[in-house]
Design a protein around this ligand. Structure first.
Ligand code: HAM
Length: 420
């Protein structure tokens, strides 16, 4: 049997309802903050991501789904949206139409990671990007949006971590300090971290190896080596979060896996989903658009993993799957072709008034049709056929109260009144 590829998932009808609820909530919150939706292609030129995210990032060096298409172009399934949004902004000169562009998205992403709970190869993110302003209020706004969605879902076990990566000049100076600290301990570092020593020394903070972590515990922190401007920016973000009464912790070891960040970085973690605990990550990227060959357009944003969020909801018992409900089930009392046509016509008539209707397509017995109506949680059943039909009436039964009513077939509008 052909199966779905490891790390990809079918989202079945019984799960879709929670996805729809979450997506509707995201759209509502984004509307409240005045973010507009953007959709970009599923694949892009590979160099967009290698240049945007950075060659040394794991996402680029190890995890991209990259292939050469028939015209010889190297293309990649998007592993994240920020680079794509920056490209779209430049390509369509959105920054010239308005100085600040506030955009959001809900989209599948692709990373060839080792699949495990909360880690997929095709997963989905919702996120937002604000391009065109250096105002720290926007950094805080991103955290407020993401945290707002998670709180509104009813999630409890959340923590917010924030950090600042400053600007490249102070970071470069600090990299030398960090390398000086590490040079005497170099031989004790893992192979991975030894490589990172040269490519991106800061990322050693992200190592999962116990020995690396021990070494990094006493390492000098970038936060203590920031320039005044970066410190001031970070201070403002913290002040806004404090005034919005959002609980957060400063984590000077939070370095994030993408290379485009400047100033603020953050993650929102859940204690309810196991090892892959980051529900959301983001930060400021003032140099990304320029790095893509564009103008100087500063930006800030976040992305949240939908599968992980729904897993957290399931584990915390919030957002319970609601029972499916339909408004009306039409039970056909006789297996008569003329009656079948009448049922179809009636169903169409009700559906045109936005009433959800189901009828029998499987020539089921009356008993089996009633069972189906029950299974579908129909609010009402309309019985049509038999002696009543000859008299020109139909019977409407409320499945909640059991009450039955005869209604003239010529007065079907009345039925709509009963149903609404
Ligand atoms: P990221 O931290 O790579 O950031 O991903 C954001 C979120 O996507 C993660 O916190 C996680 O919930 C989810 N996620 C990532 N990889 C997987 C996976 N393999 N399976 C399931 N969920 C996953 C970004 O993508 C940046 N573009 C965020 C950003 C936007 N920064 C600025 N603007």
């Amino acid at each position: 049997m052909i199966k779905a590829i490891a790390g990809t998932k079918d989202i079945l009808p019984e799960e879709i309802r929670n996805w729809t609820l979450l997506e509707e909530l995201v759209r509502k919150v984004m509307r409240a903050y005045n973010y507009e939706e953007i959709r970009t292609p599923v694949f892009e030129e590979t160099r967009l991501f290698s240049r945007g995210i950075g060659e040394s990032a794991d996402i680029v060096s190890k995890e991209m789904y990259t292939f050469t298409d028939r015209s010889g172009t190297s293309v990649t399934l998007k592993p994240e949206m920020t680079a794509s949004v920056a490209r779209a902004l430049l390509e369509h000169s959105l920054d010239k139409r308005q100085r600040l562009n506030k955009l959001f998205y809900i989209s599948p992403m692709f990373r060839q990671e080792r699949p495990q709970a909360g880690r997929l190869r095709q997963f989905h993110q919702f996120g937002a990007e604000a391009l065109g302003s250096v105002n720290p209020t926007l950094d805080a706004e991103m955290i407020l949006i993401a945290y707002g969605v998670l709180e509104k879902l009813g999630l409890k076990n959340l923590s917010i971590k924030i950090n600042s990566l400053g600007v490249p000049s102070s970071r470069e100076k600090y990299n030398t300090t960090l390398k000086n600290y590490l040079s005497s301990k170099f031989e004790y570092l893992s192979e991975e971290s030894k490589k990172r020593f040269d490519t991106n020394v800061l990322r050693i903070f992200d190592s999962k190896k116990e020995n690396d972590q021990k070494i990094m515990e006493d390492a000098p922190r970038l936060l203590e080596h920031l320039d005044d401007e970066s410190l001031e920016h970070f201070e403002k973000v913290k002040q806004i979060l404090l005034s919005a009464k959002v609980p957060f912790q400063v984590d000077s070891a939070l370095v994030r896996g993408l290379d485009y960040y400047t100033h603020t970085t953050f993650e929102i973690l859940s204690g309810s989903v196991g090892a892959q605990s980051a529900l959301c990550g983001g930060g400021r990227y003032d140099l990304l658009v320029e790095r893509l060959g564009g103008r100087n357009v500063p930006g800030v944003g976040f992305a949240a993993g939908i599968e992980r969020i729904l897993l957290a909801c399931e584990n915390e018992g919030v957002l319970e799957i609601q029972d499916k409900k339909i408004d009306l089930y039409i039970v056909r009392l006789d297996k008569d072709e003329k009656l079948e046509k009448k049922v179809f016509k009636l169903a169409q008539f009700f559906r045109a008034s936005d009433i959800s209707v189901e009828a029998d397509y499987l020539s089921r017995s009356v008993k089996a049709q009633m069972r189906e109506a029950n299974k579908l949680n129909a609010k009402f059943v309309l019985m049509i056929g038999g002696e009543e039909y000859e008299r020109g009436v139909t019977v409407l039964k409320s499945m909640e109260t059991g009450e039955q009513k005869e209604i003239e077939l010529s007065e079907t509008e009345k039925i709509i009144g009963e149903l609404q």
